[in-house]
Design a protein around this ligand. Structure first.
Ligand code: NAD
Length: 508
């Protein structure tokens, strides 16, 4: 259907809010530019919301939530099944939008859609997941049972690096649990959110249950201040995650705020070095290093560095960098010109600090795309923990290798990091891997798996400054987050149980 094509979603070069089942046609006071990272050109303008637009979205959501929260589990799961089928049919369109605004290569964008769909599939099973507990005869002729009910209106604030998947970590579960949702996607690649809104409407979701407001800090702060929003899910960088968590909880909201990362890959001397080199390059440079689960540090134990560096270097040299639409390209540009400059600045300072720059991608140009935000893969050896390139999240195609003498040293390095999103160990020693999974203080652990992103039926989240709040996203923790518990104790009176008693009730 023409109205659901990717082209229609970004329309005439204007991306606007989606409120109460339709595109916003009210006034817009501020606009932002959305770039095509492969060319550097502005491809559209996106409306920026303030308190008024957020309030319009919350008002519509609150009205819709009142009915949606009472709808049957069958009705809700039917919408999820329909949405799943519609996204499946439009996966190429959705992936094309991701490539157009984020820059990632099309195969990677399709992978993102698949990982988002997994959560929709999980949400289709909501009737099973929302089952409560029942205890018959907790006292004589008294039964007790528990249920989980929706919160009302909940919001999601998401980063640029997964414009489809990260919102899909949130809204399918929130909606299936009976809430209405207000999404504030990244202003850098906002169209996927609006496209999902159109597909949800086509799936039969009532108007107002899913709303999109675009913008920057002003929109985020309006969400955090709005008394009609009960809970906020956030994914983004650590400083903003902390701000969202502190501001949102101070306003009495339930908040889960997932932050930045600096993911280590420990390689023990007994590892399969071909496998480890493949993994380091795939996880270091995939999506141009702009994944929260990207490997940015390889920790080579003992003589592992000598064996690993030439293998990684050989693979890096063969990587094909190009526009995301080029089927031969394995790595695309980074998201904006500012971000490219930031990444290049880190490479400059890493070199100045004495790390050995084995591969330098700073000079790369892609023929026909000279204005694009490209930076080629950069590889540093002999990085040390005091260096800025070790400490900071660069979020670009820059991989650093740290050499350490022992397993204990590698473990201490990982556990000293303020970030604790993902980590991997490469070894053929089951005992060492088992010890590592127990001792490492990180939320998601891979054993010979470089990007251990949990499936939708497990929960995703880090520790320390990679997560503010208690709940990880999706899986059981997602359902807990978007619902609250209620326990009923029931007696159907009969004449034997009459009479006043001021004693504390005891089950007999
Ligand atoms: P970001 O923190 O700049 O932006 C995230 C969201 O917050 C966006 O919607 C943005 O508009 C908004 N925002 C930005 N600055 C703000 C401010 N000062 N006040 C209020 N809101 C603000 O993150 P990004 O650059 O879009 O995404 C990359 C970051 O996200 C990386 O740090 C990456 O590690 C992290 N990330 C983490 C996970 C995870 O699961 N832990 C997943 C994906 C991305």
């Amino acid at each position: 259907m023409a109205t659901h094509t990717a082209a229609a979603a970004i329309g005439s070069g204007v991306v606007t809010h989606w409120i109460d089942g339709q595109a916003w046609n009210g006034p817009v006071e501020r606009w932002g530019d959305v770039f095509d990272p492969a060319t550097g050109a502005v491809r559209s303008r996106v409306a920026f919301a303030g308190a008024a637009e957020v309030d319009a979205a919350v008002t519509a959501a609150a009205r819709a939530a009142a009915a949606w929260g009472h709808s049957s589990l069958a009705a809700r799961s039917r919408v999820m099944f329909a949405f799943r089928d519609i996204v499946e049919r439009h996966r190429q369109d959705l992936a094309a939008l991701l490539t157009a605004e984020h820059g990632k290569v099309l195969s990677d964008a399709l992978g993102e859609v698949t990982r988002g769909l997994e959560v929709v599939e999980f949400a289709c099973g909501l009737p099973q997941l929302l089952k409560g507990e029942f205890s018959e005869n907790v006292s004589t002729e008294v039964d007790s049972y528990s249920m989980r009910q929706p919160l009302g209106v909940v919001a999601g604030i998401t980063p640029f690096n997964f414009p489809a998947m990260v919102p899909m970590w949130m809204f399918p579960l929130a909606i299936a649990c009976g809430n209405a949702f207000v999404l504030k996607p990244s202003e850098k690649d906002p169209s996927a959110a609006v496209f999902c809104a159109r597909l949800l409407a086509e799936a039969g979701l009532p108007a107002g249950v899913f709303n999109v407001v675009h913008g920057d800090r002003a929109a985020v702060d309006a969400i955090l201040a709005h008394p009609g929003i009960a809970a906020v899910s956030f994914v983004g960088s650590t400083p903003v995650a902390r701000h969202v968590y502190e501001t949102g909880t101070r306003a009495g909201k339930r908040v889960q705020a997932l932050g930045g990362a600096k993911n280590h890959m420990v390689v023990l001397p007994d590892a399969d070095f071909e496998l480890a080199a493949d993994a380091a390059v795939s996880a270091g440079y995939g999506s141009s290093g702009q994944r929260c689960m990207a490997i940015s540090v390889v920790v080579a134990v003992g003589d592992a560095g000598d064996r690993l560096v030439p293998r990684v270097r050989e693979r890096v040299r063969r990587l094909k960098v190009g526009a995301g639409t080029d089927p031969a390209a394995e790595m695309g540009p980074v998201v904006t010109g500012d971000h490219r400059a930031r990444v290049a600045g880190y490479v400059d300072r890493g070199e100045a600090a004495g790390a050995e720059l084995v591969e330098d991608g700073r000079g790369l140009t892609v023929p026909g795309h000279e204005g694009g935000f490209f930076i080629g893969p950069c590889l540093f050896d002999r990085v040390t923990p005091d260096m800025e390139i070790y400490r900071d999240e660069i979020f670009g195609p820059v991989l650093g290798i740290v050499r350490v003498a022992s397993y204990q040293e590698a473990l201490a390095l990982v556990n000293d990091s303020p970030y604790a999103n993902g980590v991997a160990i490469f070894t053929n020693d089951g005992g060492a891997a088992r010890r590592f999974q127990h001792e490492v203080q990180v939320g998601m652990v891979g054993i010979n798996v470089p990007i251990p992103v949990p499936m939708a039926y497990y929960s995703f989240g880090g520790w320390k400054q990679s997560l503010f709040g208690d709940a990880h996203v999706h899986g059981r923790e997602g359902i807990q987050f978007y619902t609250r518990g209620k326990v009923v104790t029931a007696r159907w009176p009969d004449p034997q149980h009459r009479g006043v008693s001021l004693g504390f009730p005891q089950m007999r």
